[in-house]
Design a protein around this ligand. Structure first.
Ligand SMILES: C[S@@+](CC[C@H](N)C(=O)[O-])C[C@H]1O[C@@H](n2cnc3c(N)ncnc32)[C@H](O)[C@@H]1O
Length: 254
């Protein structure tokens, strides 16, 4: 049986949800079992783990992000920028091809970061600074997402690569953001619309990861190790967990 540690720093129900349930004069469990002849009573109302199954294994979105960065690892080269830590650059980049890794975070108390600024207002980073920007799981937390992507491309050298991942399905962030600062879930259409029209953004490629089983298991906090790899690797583009995308920065316009 899969057991998860208790969540830290998070009440099991938010006040908002409690208010909604009491305003409706019911609770979700009664609604499920008495108003309808519930044919799926085994589907739990609460996840097995509220933190993506992290205490039992690899969160399913990270299983896919690992695949994406492994596939694009030749792009991790030269002067690299990453958000929050240099973990992915060090894990997937060839050390012989990396010149330096800068770490960006809006949080000034992040000691792993040497650049403390908001990516949506990143004028402090000179244009054409990096060969690669690893921008994983951050755009969901930035309200001004187009401005952030515009800076992400602006700071790339010509031929440099933006490696991004965004959640299509995810619980509200338990660590960064939370209810107030977790803004977006993406589709391939919204990624395309955001990137198209950004100066110097070219060769956009998008990879969809996941299927309905993976979506449900991820939300329930089931770790990747608990699901057969061929079932996780089946791609149903209508039920993505996460997207990976790459963008090449072209020469500056004359
Ligand atoms: C969920 S982490 C993702 C980054 C990490 N590389 C990863 O893959 O787990 C999100 C990080 O983005 C930072 N962040 C949120 N909004 C930001 C912004 N506007 N500019 C720069 N960093 C931001 C957060 O403080 C946090 O460190």
């Amino acid at each position: 049986m899969y057991v998860c540690e208790s969540p830290v720093g998070e009440s099991r129900k938010t006040k908002t949800v409690e208010r909604q349930n009491s305003a409706a004069g019911t609770n979700s469990e009664n609604a499920m079992n008495t108003k309808h002849n519930d044919p799926f009573p085994w589907l739990p109302l609460e996840p097995y783990c509220r933190k993506w199954g992290i205490s039992a294994g690899t969160p399913i979105d990270r299983y896919y992000i690992d695949q994406f960065l492994h596939r694009l690892s030749p792009e991790i080269r030269g002067h690299v920028l990453e958000v929050k830590s240099d973990d992915y650059a060090r894990r997937y980049g060839d050390p012989n091809r990396i010149v330096s890794v800068d770490v960006l975070d809006v949080l000034t108390d992040n000691k792993k970061a040497n650049l403390h600024l908001d990516l949506a207002h990143a004028d402090g980073i000179p244009a054409e600074s990096y060969e690669c920007f690893i921008l994983t799981q951050t755009l969901n937390l930035i309200y001004e997402v187009r401005a952030a992507c515009t800076h992400a491309v602006r700071i790339l050298k010509p031929g440099g690569t933006l490696l991004g991942t965004v959640s299509a399905v995810n619980r509200i962030s338990a660590e960064d953001g939370g209810l107030d600062d977790d803004y977006w879930r993406f589709t391939s259409g919204s990624i395309r619309k955001i990137i198209e029209g950004i100066p110097r953004a070219s060769h956009l490629r998008i990879w969809s990861y996941g299927n309905v089983l993976a979506c449900c298991a991820f939300l329930y906090g089931v770790p990747a190790e608990a699901i057969q790899p061929d079932r996780l690797d089946y791609v149903d583009p209508y039920f993505p967990v996460v997207y990976g995308f790459s963008v090449i920065a072209s020469e500056l316009a004359a």
